[in-house]
Design a protein around this ligand. Structure first.
Ligand code: GLV
Ligand code: MN
Ligand code: MN
Length: 424
């Protein structure tokens, strides 16, 4: 193994993140956030830009059947590459770093390795995955499932976005053939390393408590939480708000509100790290002088213990039915998403810890509470994640998302070191 640590250009990381953030920015008027939903025009523009960056970095670029972008650096020995990356889609009104640091950082790291250490022994690859957030279609880790071969051939003809657009049509609009989605499946991932912002306050608090001269904390992720999602529809009776007495109304919004409050109590009762969230309400007809006749909403329930996670989902389903019944509503509950928790590969986590120390940072074991590509890829391939301090108290999935340039650089240095240990 070569011994010399590689030098990482921190300014280049920032300039690239800024450039990417501008694509899809201001999609909601007056907002500083970005939206690059799967197969939107902004998504297509970002994908073209990423292909160019990989090409400029001297990688062999390939786009697969669903739009994941691969950049290969062939090694001297045969075998599946060590892959580093993350997703390039965003939530609506999203920040600059979630997902983006992982693939931008991987391009910077692999190019630095190529220029400073030459051809690797084992092949390396950068992977910019096309979708992780589930924020346009309820597609449950579209990119990672495509790679593990878990996408069913009929999904593009079934899944619709929240405005009703069919996934198959949206694929065609970006030049993909929906009949070929299963062709993205691969066994060519020797190991997967994902650099990501923590999206929480843990590492930042440790940094604050330590002396200013102490090494910055960097996270070695040991496991990723389990995530379940329900889509609940409550049907009541639309009525005149002025003439219908309060008693006897069948107000679907009150049913949804009751579920939201009940699930908060339920999660608090189970205790940390259980989290349950009601969100994405669609209220019909959604006008001030009509009692809500129908409400659709999502329930997101998470826990790192599979048994507890399943229990939360079943309890949420039962509570939605109870709350609806008590108000005379019809209730339908669909489970639209179920991702079990996953342990990261122990030997890769050890490599990450070693790499954090080798670059002069402080390794901190941490469990991820957000969903990640590594969650799905980690079921089929050895996977591990590197977390960096997230500023603004760990805020994420909002325009205030922030990671300091020195923490971004630290993460890319650790990633490059781990790739060096594994591939040189
Ligand atoms: C994805 O980022 C999620 O945690 O929902
Ligand atoms: Mn992410
Ligand atoms: Mn996210």
């Amino acid at each position: 193994m070569a011994e010399r640590p590689v030098t990482i250009d921190g300014e280049r990381i920032q300039a690239t993140l800024d450039e990417l953030h501008a694509i899809g920015r201001g999609a909601r008027s007056g907002s500083e956030g970005t939206f690059r939903g799967l197969y939107t025009p902004a998504w297509g523009e970002a994908q073209a830009r990423i292909r160019r960056w990989m090409d400029d970095a001297g990688l062999e670029v390939r786009v697969d059947a669903v739009g994941n972008v691969w950049g290969h650096l062939p090694g001297r020995e045969p075998g599946a590459p060590i892959v580093a990356g993350s997703h390039f889609d965003t939530v609506p009104d999203g920040g600059k770093y979630d997902g983006q640091l992982g693939h931008v950082g991987a391009v910077v790291a692999v190019e630095a390795l190529r220029r400073q250490l030459g051809q690797p022994r084992r092949s390396l690859a950068v992977l910019a995955t096309c979708e992780e957030e589930g924020s346009r279609f309820n597609c449950n880790f579209w990119a990672a499932r495509s790679l593990t071969g878990e996408i069913a051939a009929d999904e593009p003809g079934r899944l619709r976005d929240f405005e009703g657009a069919l996934l198959a049509d949206e694929m065609r609009a970006r030049g993909f053939d929906p009949a070929r989605v299963t062709e993205a499946a691969t066994d060519q991932i020797g190991a997967f390393l994902e650099l990501h912002i923590e999206q929480g306050p843990v590492l930042g608090r440790l940094a604050e408590q330590a002396a200013a001269s102490a090494p910055r904390p960097v996270g070695a992720v040991t496991a990723i939480t389990g995530i379940g999602r329900l889509l609940v529809t409550m049907k009541g009776q639309p009525d005149h708000t002025g003439t219908t007495p309060m008693l006897g109304r069948r107000d679907a919004l009150l049913g949804a509100a009751e579920v939201a409050l009940a699930l908060r109590e339920m999660a608090l009762g189970v205790g940390h790290p259980a989290v349950m969230t009601v969100a994405r309400l669609e209220v019909t007809p959604n006008i001030p002088n009509v009692v809500a006749g129908e409400v659709r909403f999502t329930v997101d329930a998470r826990h790192p213990d599979r048994g507890v996670q399943r229990q939360l989902m079943e309890s949420a389903r039962a509570r939605a039915q109870e709350c609806g019944r008590a108000r005379g509503l019809e209730v339908a509950v669909d489970e639209i998403w179920d991702q079990p928790p996953v342990e990261m590969a122990a030997d890769l986590v050890a490599t990450v810890r070693r790499s954090i120390e080798a670059r002069g940072y402080r390794p901190v074991d941490i469990v991820a509470g957000a969903g990640h590509d590594s969650q799905v890829l980690g079921r089929k391939f050895p996977a591990a994640m590197i977390f960096v301090v997230t500023g603004n108290g760990g805020r994420s999935h909002c325009p205030d998302e922030y990671a300091a340039p020195e923490d971004c650089r630290a993460g890319v240095e650790v990633l490059a070191e781990a790739l060096r240990q594994l591939a040189y």
